[in-house]
Design a protein around this ligand. Structure first.
Ligand SMILES: *Cc1c(COP(=O)(O)O)cnc(C)c1O
Length: 422
């Protein structure tokens, strides 16, 4: 491994990130565990930043895609109709949309999350014939130009190299803390014709801000935001790229609040197997795209649609999986609350928060969070940080993780905190 560790940084651009936090060479993974080439085992609480909700190499999904390749089925097809595409769209409609009484058309975009966000905001602009898109403080929506304009993080924005246009920011729920009603602020800006806010075509929001530090929008806030969108003739786009596909204990994160967005973006865990795959869900009446007006070479990649459909059949045919996720949420939450107690004993005013298995511990300092996660990695737990200063230790464990693996991870965190602060 030593030789590889020396040569890899020479080969690869310094833009790399995760390999800095977890500087080993990985080779194998299964479920919630990942192994480096020297055989060291790590529990994976990073899980591809929410891409591996069903874990690494799930045997059922693996079988489906291997069989697909074996049979000389279509791998690449631009956006031609294929059997795999029909199976995916039919399954998504039958198991996800219909039972939730949602009526969306599916726009299969380029394969990454930011492709879906770009498509969604561009369509919103076309539908409303306005350019401004409102997003929220600490929101993260991707790093290509359109998505970047609605992303708050200065690290990404300052690397744009061009003026970033087309977005305006409003405070997310609880941005100021202390019961300040951030929607009142937004409402005032919309109703005052001299506020300086150009009438937006849409708002784009995450129900739980993943990169922004596990900030959860309350049900009341989301419902209020939906009402503002209706009152002021703006589309509501929910970016469910990280919080979707069961992460919060329901397939869509917005189901908890009972809101019905005009558009939804999905990616990350959508293929179920870690294959690149994205889509935008569009209300029928808003599907104003002209044929070919927005395209891309890799839209609806067939192997990804095969694993995506199989994952829906396997995990979403009934409520069992979601129920198990909610049970595991309790276990993680209990463990994390214990860690918060430990941190408080060291005079750290830590806070635990999240929804479902998208959880975090805010330790109030990026430096401390980083020290704890570095120590955790040394002890066999891969876990990242997020938030404006990296101050939140972030749990995105695979939803298929076992209770024992959760307990072990909490133990590792507990020992790491003691070692860093003790
Ligand atoms: C990861 C992410 C994106 C961007 O997806 P990429 O595949 O990295 O382009 C957009 N929105 C949210 C909420 C995300 O978590």
């Amino acid at each position: 491994m030593e030789d590889m560790l020396e040569r890899l940084p020479e080969f690869e651009s310094s833009v790399r990130t995760y390999s800095r936090s977890f500087p080993v060479v990985f080779s194998k993974a299964r479920g919630a565990e990942i192994y480096s080439i020297d055989g060291t085992r790590y529990i994976d609480f990073l899980a591809g930043a929410g891409t591996l909700n069903y874990g690494h190499n799930h045997p059922v999904l693996k079988e489906a895609v291997i069989e697909y390749f074996r049979g000389d089925n279509i791998v690449h097809s631009l956006d031609l109709w294929t059997k795999a595409k029909y199976a995916y769209l039919d399954t998504f409609d039958r198991l996800i949309l219909k039972p939730r009484k949602l009526d969306y058309k599916v726009h299969l975009t380029g394969p990454t999350g930011t492709n879906a966000v770009e498509a969604a905001i561009r369509l919103a602009r076309k539908v409303k014939n306005r350019s401004n898109i409102v997003s929220f403080t600490n929101g993260f929506h991707g790093v290509t130009m359109g998505s970047l304009a609605v992303t708050g993080n200065a690290k990404f924005r300052t690397a744009a190299g061009l003026p970033i246009m087309g977005g305006a920011f409003m405070p997310f729920d609880n941005y100021f803390g202390g019961g300040v009603d951030t929607l009142a602020y937004f409402r005032k800006f919309l109703s005052d014709r001299s506020s300086g806010l150009d009438h937006p075509a849409a708002v784009i929001v995450e129900v739980v801000q993943g990169e922004g530090g596990i900030n959860v929008a309350s049900t009341a806030w989301l419902q209020g935001l939906e009402k503002i969108c209706r009152t002021h003739d703006m589309l509501m786009i929910i970016d469910d790229i990280q919080a979707g596909c069961g992460r919060t204990g329901k397939f869509f994160s917005f189901e908890h609040a009972g809101v019905v967005p005009d558009m939804v973006t999905n990616s990350k865990s959508l293929s179920g197997y870690g294959l690149p795959f994205s889509q935008v869900l569009i209300r029928r009446e808003h599907d104003l795209w002209e044929p070919g007006q927005y395209n891309g070479t890799f839209r609806g990649h067939n192997p990804a649609m095969v694993t995506a459909a199989r994952a829906l059949e396997h995990f979403w045919a009934d409520d069992t999986f979601a129920e198990e996720t909610r049970q595991k949420e309790m276990i993680v939450r209990k463990g994390f609350l214990g860690l918060v107690e430990t941190l408080r004993n060291y005079d750290i005013e830590a806070e635990e928060r999240g929804l479902g298995l998208m959880r975090g511990i805010d330790v109030r300092s990026g430096d401390l969070a980083s020290k704890i996660t570095v120590e955790a990695f040394r002890n066999g737990l891969m876990i990242e940080t997020s938030g404006h200063s990296g101050q939140v230790i972030k749990c995105l464990c695979p939803l298929v993780i076992t209770h024992d693996q959760i307990e072990e991870a909490v133990q590792i965190l507990s020992r790491s905190i003691a070692r860093v602060l003790g």
